[in-house]
Design a protein around this ligand. Structure first.
Ligand SMILES: Cc1ncc(COP(=O)(O)O)c(C=O)c1O
Length: 384
């Protein structure tokens, strides 16, 4: 079937519904921006797989980034197999069996506690892996407490008071992840807070990792300021290799989740039920929570016809806010939820056995490539 390229590419009938569609050109533009940050500031950027693990795009990713960071053994293996280059790992706690596997997979490992470091120190020192510890900056920047490593009572990172007098022989790096969808000024303040608390130890280190949450690909982000902040830090500590490990920023605004209306019911609002589920396929909408953008739609009442979107699961709260359109929605009509590439595919479930969205790539030349379709067997094989 030929498709009129002047139409919205997401209306291409080759795109099945539901489907996550990663737009290659947008992903490459993000990666090119990160290339510039690396070139101009001298830092290394690796991909946090937790946010974006769509490995069918990793031939592109590895042209620009220096590797990946993993939250567990399986991610580390995925990073090594698909991106290669450097593989880093951090987890709140590693089991002995994890370390046995990680020593052959990773280049850097960051421990969340001094207890974990002591437990695995001999094994790590006998390997080629560069060990680090995660620190708690005790400096709050993230807007949502759910995503704030410096929130009171957080289990992440060692507190400055607990490092006093500790023998750090063997430790080569510090890891500080403190941000979530933040701007460059939050990075600057975090770096200053970290220096104030921990710079007395910097002399003995080889690297420092300032984590993720740097949303440098968001429109309006002050990239020049970020470059300036990183360059200034590097000038103060030229012996340190500085690493950033964003997830969101890599895949930010690189494509939608395409779905379609399968019924319209009414109870107070008109509710358009779509062939996917917020809880199963875009859980952050409910968890964070936030209102996703829908292409061609306005706020409630802004345009003539207002609808709530309902996911196709049994959960009453599987509902996605109110949106208005210029026309009455039709059964079978495509709905395009924007920016659904990061923290979506990595978090999906097969809840209710609702059909899992396919995964596809809109290539730079405008052609659509379906890279994964899910089947009943995938659902069955996850269970037993
Ligand atoms: C340790 C660590 N590194 C990196 C990231 C990636 O953060 P983001 O996707 O916000 O850039 C996270 C996110 O939770 C994280 O916990």
């Amino acid at each position: 079937m030929t498709f009129d390229a002047t139409l919205d590419p997401m209306l291409n009938p080759a795109i099945p519904s539901p489907c996550y569609v990663c737009e290659e050109a947008k992903l490459e533009a993000n990666l090119q921006l990160m290339q510039r940050v690396q070139d101009e500031s001298g830092v290394e950027i690796i991909l946090a797989l937790k946010g974006f693990s769509m490995w069918s795009t990793f031939d592109l990713v590895k042209k620009y980034l220096q590797g990946s960071t993993a939250s567990a053994v399986w991610e580390a293996r995925l990073g090594k197999e698909t991106i290669g280059k450097q593989v880093h790992a951090f987890s709140p706690a590693f089991k002995p069996g994890d370390i046995d596997q990680l020593v052959d997979l990773v280049d850097h490992i960051s421990f969340n506690s001094l207890g974990q470091w002591q437990r695995y120190k001999q094994q790590i020192l006998a390997s080629t892996v560069s060990p680090g510890i995660r620190l708690n900056a005790e400096h709050r920047e993230a807007e949502t407490e759910l995503y704030d490593p410096s929130a009171p009572g957080s289990r992440f990172g060692i507190l400055a008071k607990d490092l006093v007098g500790v023998d750090l022989t063997g430790i080569e790096g510090f890891h500080i992840h403190n941000l979530c969808e933040c701007d460059s000024f939050a990075t600057e303040r975090t770096i200053l807070a970290v220096e104030k608390k921990f710079s007395q130890y910097f002399g003995q280190l080889k690297w420092i990792n300032f984590g993720g949450g740097h949303l440098m690909t968001k429109k309006g982000y002050n990239v020049e300021h970020l470059i300036g902040v990183l360059k200034a830090f590097k000038a103060r500590y030229p012996h340190l290799n500085v690493i950033l490990e964003p997830g969101s920023a890599v895949a930010w605004q690189t494509g939608p989740l395409v779905c379609e209306v399968i019924d319209i019911v009414e109870n107070r609002d008109k509710i358009a039920i779509v062939d996917m589920s917020a809880t199963a396929h875009m859980p952050d909408v409910l968890e964070m929570p936030y209102r996703p953008e829908v292409r061609h739609a306005g706020k409630a009442g802004e345009k003539a016809f207002t609808y709530r979107f309902g996911g196709n699961s049994c959960l009453t709260g599987d509902a996605i806010d109110l949106y208005s359109f210029d026309h009455e929605l039709q059964i079978g009509e495509r709905i395009i939820f924007e920016d659904m590439i990061h923290y979506t595919m990595v978090k999906t479930t097969f809840f209710n056995g609702v059909e899992h969205p396919s995964i596809g790539i809109l290539r730079k030349d405008g052609t659509f490539e379906l890279v994964r379709k899910f089947t009943y067997e995938d659902f069955k094989n996850k269970l037993s």
